[in-house]
Design a protein around this ligand. Structure first.
Ligand code: SF4
Ligand code: SF4
Length: 344
């Protein structure tokens, strides 16, 4: 993270706003990936309602509704997720240039099931993140119709971030991660490579969940691979955080600085983008680890950035309280905490 970005984010927190917003742009996705958290029954926190059943928007109602949400919260960074946001391709054609014009950094997360327009290369604030579930044999089974063949056609002429969520199955074969990283490092469309670890819900059992030993081996592999494959865009400190994830959502800077809103542009996903009751002790989210590494960084003798953040967050909440005394309509600015809910 550049110093100027840190300062802007800090100013945002001090004024009681959330620096980052993640929007589930649509409830639709043509894929049915095993282990997808977005369609888990507990994701929305609404008993009996899954993302596929939530109302969503299309056309100018979606474009205007999304812009209104962004105007309300004034984030520095917007993630467009889903479902798959490319389902709303026509709306993105309007939305992306408008967000670029406003100087907002956008991360678009997709399976690349349809072509990514080469003209989007001109959007300098846009980062297209393509999710790839391991090497071709495993990926094609899990992510049909967004197979390797389809992805390679979809990203031709574009520059994308390749993101892989590492699972327990991948770690059963030594050398799997290196084969994956080598393949994507050799593609001219690859701008950078990110790897997360599968994050389960509390008490879940699934073959995707890594054992403690597998988690340790991923950490060791990544520390070695990041030196050999420079497109791996993960600092040493970030990778080391995988060994001691935040103890709970309230210790997670990422969860506290990112507001996640679902496809009806109203429902908030808490405590983080996973929804439900994620098992923080097994978290492998690259964004959470990246911000944890920033939080552990010493900014003054005896003071970490995380401690400074906590104080700034308290100031920001006080600013919000003062605002609410002066009238309705101001954004809360943070995902509601337990205290917020109790106070409501
Ligand atoms: S592409 Fe993404 S949103 Fe769609 S099913 Fe797969 S993991 Fe879920
Ligand atoms: S991102 Fe990870 S550590 Fe943070 S609240 Fe979610 S599961 Fe917990």
């Amino acid at each position: 993270m550049k110093t100027s970005e840190v300062l802007r984010a800090w100013a945002c927190i001090l004024s009681g706003r959330t620096p980052s917003i993640s929007i589930e742009l649509t409830r639709e996705c043509p894929l049915r990936c095993p282990g997808c958290y977005a369609y888990e029954p507990e994701h929305l926190g609404i008993p009996g309602v899954t993302l596929r059943q939530l109302a969503d928007y299309k056309g100018s109602a979606l474009v205007q509704g999304t812009l209104r949400l962004i105007e309300e919260h004034r984030p520095l960074h917007v993630s467009l997720v889903g479902g798959d946001p490319l389902v709303r391709f026509r709306e993105l054609e309007e939305l992306l240039p408008e967000l670029e014009r406003r100087g907002i950094h956008v991360q678009l997360v997709t399976s690349a099931f349809r072509p990514i327009p080469v003209r989007w290369n001109a959007l300098s604030f846009l980062n297209i993140v393509v999710s790839v579930d391991g090497l071709q044999p495993e990926h094609d089974v899990r992510r049909k119709p967004a197979t390797y063949e389809r992805i390679l056609k979809s990203i031709a002429g574009s520059k994308v971030t390749i993101h892989c969520t590492v699972t327990g199955q991948m770690m059963e074969r030594p050398g799997y991660l290196e084969d994956f990283v080598r393949f994507w490092s050799e593609r001219e469309e690859t701008k950078r490579i990110w790897l997360s670890l599968f994050t389960p819900q509390q008490g879940a059992a699934a073959p995707e969940i890594l054992t403690l030993d597998q988690r340790r081996r991923v950490t060791e592999d990544l520390l070695r691979l990041r030196v050999a494959y420079p497109l791996i865009d993960m600092k040493k400190g970030l990778i080391e955080e995988l060994q001691h994830p935040p103890a709970s959502p309230k210790d997670c800077i990422f969860a506290r600085t990112t507001l996640t809103v679902s496809a009806d542009l109203k429902t908030r996903i808490t405590p983080c983008q996973f929804g439900g009751t994620p098992d923080c002790s097994q978290c492998g989210c690259i964004a959470s680890m990246g911000l944890a590494a920033v939080g552990h960084h010493r900014v003054l003798p005896g003071v970490t950035a995380g401690q400074l953040f906590t104080i700034s967050e308290m100031i920001g909440k006080s600013v919000n309280k003062l605002r609410s005394l002066h009238g309705p309509g101001e954004p809360l600015g943070y995902p509601p905490t337990t205290e917020d809910r109790e106070a409501a």
